[in-house]
Design a protein around this ligand. Structure first.
Ligand code: AGP
Length: 614
């Protein structure tokens, strides 16, 4: 969580830092700050709350602040200490000459703090980060070399960090380093950048290098030198980034979330492109390196993920088992890592993550890798830590997702799972030619069906308005759409703060039915197929308890008109592919309810897009 950015060059640093922080806001937004060297002195500017508060402070002092051409900035998602000005980064040492920004958690900060206090350091915040500022200052006092001071400090700190440091006495220099937290360097002409993520640099340069764990970079306007923790110089590996700055614009939509929902037909086409070539050709997944003979013999798959990615994984389980007959276990990464996990070299372990930086999932795949499992990563960020540690990769090609609530990346993950399951089924020969043809055809026409739902979004907007004052919401489904119910509920709770829960419809009568009365909307996902009639009966039971009934269906069954107060009708689709269509109205429903309630749709309270702490 948290985003860091640094600039050294000949332009007004604060403008570049604020722009960078704006594009990193998805990583956190409870406080922010910058440290600048103004007329030879390190000065801090910090604000609690949204980034706009920092912008206002900067604006009020702009004449003085704009002189600086070097600085570091931070946007925070609180872990240690409440969101406040004292806890906002940058943090400094006693004399205020060192300024530091940090993303991650310093696990041994308490021990370090005791030692540093004994040496006379005075702590002004409740953060773990402040220890690093004091530690670097004490190492600098011994070495008078900022790079060496940072290197020596990192030898003593445990945990995860991306750090950027400036020192008043070391002109025009930023030192940055990382361990288990992302950090990228951007190279310009007479200027250099460092940031937690590419969006902070992309409008200034496309030349970048991802720093590896324990590497330290020293940046000046005209130089960049990277060393490892043993002081060996590392040659610069400059890449040209494939990103376009336009990806970060709302393109006329009120919120990124609405724009990203609307991008989904194109995302499906993107994901299919180059992988599903013709109906007769097998699916091609170039970055899946698992030996075909080994794939045929696989007797178990485990999938680990968090949040929305976990829901995509649950759909993945259903389709891999259906197409390939291989048993699949799905588990939240945070649970997988703290039990006696049984994994071995005969198990394929799939990690699913939009960001590729979720700490729990990284730990889970590392654990499985140690036990010899082949690691396959399904991610939207082929440049991420997970992708770099993977044996096989399925890049999901959803483009950058800005809204904290995942929508288009979920769609891309689902389509990737269909492709992966078909790919495996083709290798195993576990699915008939006719079935394969039907599936591929349905995937190709899916974007048109999503478009149809988006064209009629006003119908969903009306239902959203009608139900926006309810305090609770239940989503029910069965089979392959049970994860759709969970994802629909997650979308609603994360952006509207309504207490929404997804249940397997068959479980209603085992407890949750006790909550039903006329103050409880129940949205039933009724896609035609094996469980349609069963869900209908479960919906009857809910209606008999006076629940306010809403249907989401691809059926034109007249019976539904009596049972449901509102019906969201979507185009017909095979049951196995229905999660990719049924989720779209639920994303819109959540969006319109939150928008009607005036919530901060793209940046819901207490959340961050990239959860890089366990
Ligand atoms: C989704 O709307 C959430 N913001 C969240 O649940 C997210 O899916 C989760 O944190 C996992 O992130 P990842 O896909 O980047 O690993």
């Amino acid at each position: 969580m948290c985003g860091i950015v640094g600039y050294v060059g000949d332009k007004t640093a604060v403008d570049i830092l604020l722009e960078g922080l704006t594009s990193l806001e998805y990583r956190g937004y409870d406080s922010s700050g910058v440290a600048l060297n103004i007329d030879g002195k390190v000065e801090l500017f910090k604000a609690q709350g949204k980034l706009q508060n920092l912008r206002n402070i900067v604006q009020n002092n702009y004449t003085q602040i704009s002189k600086s051409t070097i600085g570091i900035g931070h946007i925070r998602w609180a872990t240690h200490g409440v969101p406040s000005i004292a806890n906002a980064h940058p943090h400094t040492c006693n004399c205020g000459k060192v300024a530091i920004v940090h993303n991650g958690i310093i696990e041994n900060f308490k021990e370090l703090k005791v030692k540093l206090e004994a040496q006379g350091c005075t702590f002004r915040s409740q953060t773990d980060t402040e220890t690093v500022a004091h530690l670097v200052a004490s190492k600098f006092a011994q070495t008078h070399d900022l790079t060496e001071a940072v290197r020596l400090a990192t030898l003593e700190i445990e945990g995860a960090y991306a750090l950027a440091v400036i020192h008043q006495d070391v002109k025009n220099t930023i030192v940055a380093t990382r361990r288990n937290a992302p950090l990228v360097i951007g190279f310009g002409e007479g200027e250099n950048f460092v940031a937690s993520d590419i969006p902070a640099l992309i409008q200034y340069t496309k030349k970048a290098m991802y720093l590896d764990d324990n590497q330290i970079v020293t940046l000046t306007p005209n130089s960049a030198k990277v060393i490892d923790i043993e002081k060996n110089e590392i040659p610069l590996k400059v890449e040209t980034l494939p990103w376009e700055p336009v990806a970060l614009s709302k393109m006329g939509y009120k919120h990124f979330m609405l724009k990203e929902i609307h991008e989904q037909p194109d995302i499906v086409r993107n994901v299919l492109s180059g992988k599903l070539r013709t109906m007769d050709e097998p699916i091609s997944l170039d970055e899946v390196t698992l030996d075909k003979a080994k794939l045929k013999d696989l007797n178990r798959i485990q999938i680990v993920a968090c949040g929305t990615s976990l829901h995509a994984a649950m759909v993945g389980k259903y389709i891999i088992e259906d197409f390939c007959g291989i048993p699949v276990e799905v588990e939240a990464s945070s649970e997988y890592i703290y039990r006696k996990t049984i994994t071995d070299e005969n198990t394929l372990v799939i990690g699913v993550s939009q960001s590729g930086e979720t700490a729990d999932t990284i730990t889970a795949i590392r654990l499985a890798k140690k036990k010899g499992s082949h690691i396959l990563i399904v991610t939207n960020r082929p440049d991420s830590t997970m992708a770099r540690e993977a044996d096989s990769l399925v890049p999901v090609n959803a483009g950058i997702e800005v809204s904290v609530a995942a929508t288009k990346s979920y769609m891309a993950q689902l389509i990737s799972f269909y492709l992966l399951a078909i790919y495996m089924a083709e290798v195993k020969g576990s699915i008939s030619k006719e079935e394969l043809m039907d599936l591929k055809h349905e995937l190709i026409v899916l974007p048109q069906k999503i478009d149809k739902i988006l064209t009629h979004k006003e119908d969903i907007q009306k239902i959203a308005r009608k139900f926006s004052s309810f305090k609770d919401f239940i989503f029910v489904a069965r089979g392959i759409n049970f994860p759709t119910a969970l994802e629909g509920a997650l979308k609603l709770k994360e952006i509207s703060y309504i207490n929404a829960t997804g249940y397997s419809a068959g479980e209603l009568k085992h407890g949750p039915i006790a909550m039903l009365d006329d103050s409880m909307p129940v949205l039933a996902i009724l896609m035609k197929g094996k469980v349609y009639e069963k869900i209908l009966s479960n919906a009857e039971e809910a209606k008999a308890r006076n629940a306010r009934m809403i249907a989401l269906t691809d059926s034109d069954d007249q019976k539904l008109d009596e049972l449901f107060e509102n019906i969201i009708r979507i185009p017909e689709i095979s049951e196995i592919l229905s999660p990719a269509l049924a989720i779209v109205p639920l994303q819109l429903l959540a969006y319109y309810i939150a928008e009607f309630l005036g919530k901060d749709v793209d940046q819901p309270r207490n959340l961050a897009k990239s959860v890089t702490v366990e």
